[in-house]
Design a protein around this ligand. Structure first.
Ligand SMILES: Cc1cc2nc3c(=O)[nH]c(=O)nc-3n(C[C@H](O)[C@H](O)[C@H](O)COP(=O)(O)OP(=O)(O)OC[C@H]3O[C@@H](n4cnc5c(N)ncnc54)[C@H](O)[C@@H]3O)c2cc1C
Length: 232
C-alpha cells in the first residue's frame, strides 16, 4: 500500500490512472486509486508485485518517502450510476482498490445503494484489507462484504506483508477481520455466478486479467446480461 499527497488529479472513483515512478521513468503502469478523489490531493494505491514484472516489484520493494510519482491519464468505466440501486462488486486481489474508492464515495451519498462486495483470494491471507472491509461493513448497513477463498488454509511459504501486519495486529489491535464461518469457498467468479443471474443489478468486476476473464465468462454463461456488467 502506498500513500501519497500532491497535486489534485481529476479522476472518477473506480477509474485507473497512469503512474510513473522515479526508478522507472519510461515505464508508466496503470493503477487504481483506492481512495476517491480528494480536494487536498491524497492518494492511496494497492500494488502487488508481479513475479518477473518490470515495475511492480520495484514499487513494492524500493518506494521511499520523498519519491515523486507522476499520475495522469485517468481512464475506465468502473462506475456506479446515480440510478443504480443494487450493486454486486466482484474483486480479486488488488481489484479491491477501485471498489474501495467507489465504496467510500458511495458512503457520502444520502441514500447509498445496496452493495454486495465479494472479495476473492486463494487463501484468507490474500484478503489483504480484510480488517478495513469488515470495519466499513459494520458501520454501513447498505454494504455486505462476502470473503471468498479457494482454500481455507494459508500456504506454508512466507508473505512478508501479511506476516508484518499480523505481528502488528497481535501486538496492538483487536481482531477486526472475518471469522472462519464468514468465508465462502471457491473461485470468486464461480461463487458469484452461481448466485446469479443478476438481471436487475449493476455488476462491477475487477482483478487480474485471468480473474476478470473467468468471472465475465461465468457471469454471462449463467445469464447475467453483458449490459449489466462493467469491469476495470
Ligand atoms: C486498468 C488497470 C488497473 C490496474 N490497477 C492495478 C492496481 O490497482 N494494483 C496493481 O497491483 N496492479 C494494477 N494493474 C496492473 C498494473 O498495471 C501492472 O500491469 C502490474 O503492476 C505489472 O506491472 P509490471 O511492470 O511489474 O509487469 P510487466 O513487466 O508489465 O509484466 C510482466 C508480466 O506479468 C503479466 N501481468 C501483468 N499484470 C498481471 C496481473 N495482475 N496478474 C498476473 N500477471 C500479470 C504481464 O502480462 C507480463 O506477462 C492494473 C492494470 C490495469 C490495466
Amino acid at each position: 500500500m502506498v500513500r501519497l499527497v500532491g497535486d489534485v488529479v481529476d479522476f472518477e472513483p473506480g477509474q485507473s490512472v497512469a503512474v510513473t515512478v522515479p526508478s522507472s521513468p519510461h515505464l508508466p503502469r496503470r493503477y487504481s486509486p483506492a481512495l476517491p478523489p480528494s480536494r487536498d490531493g491524497k492518494y492511496e494505491f494497492h500494488i502487488r508485485a508481479i513475479p518477473a514484472g518490470w515495475v511492480s516489484g520495484v514499487i513494492v520493494n524500493d518506494t521511499r518517502e520523498g519519491d515523486i510519482w507522476t499520475i495522469d491519464d485517468p481512464a475506465g468505466d468502473l462506475r456506479v450510476d446515480d440510478t443504480d440501486d443494487d450493486i454486486v462488486m466482484v474483486a480479486g486481489g488488488t481489484g479491491l482498490a477501485p471498489m474501495r474508492a467507489l465504496l467510500l464515495d458511495l458512503a457520502r451519498r444520502p441514500r447509498p445503494p445496496r452493495v454486495h462486495l465479494f472479495v476473492g483470494g486463494r487463501s484468507p491471507r490474500d484478503l489483504y484489507a480484510a480488517d478495513m472491509l469488515s470495519l466499513i461493513a459494520r458501520t454501513a448497513d447498505w454494504l455486505t462484504v462476502i470473503p471468498v477463498v479457494e482454500k481455507m488454509t494459508d500456504p506454508m511459504y512466507r508473505d512478508e506483508y501479511f506476516d508484518a501486519a499480523e505481528t502488528r495486529r497481535l501486538q496492538t489491535a483487536p481482531d477486526t477481520g472475518f471469522g472462519a464461518g464468514d468465508y465462502l469457498q471457491g473461485r470468486v467468479g464461480e461463487v458469484v455466478a452461481r448466485r446469479g443471474p443478476y438481471l436487475s443489478q449493476r455488476v462491477l468486476v475487477c482483478g487480474s486479467p485471468a480473474m476478470s476473464a473467468f468471472t465475465l465468462r461465468a457471469l454471462t454463461t449463467t445469464g447475467t446480461p453483458v449490459a449489466n456488467i462493467r469491469h476495470g
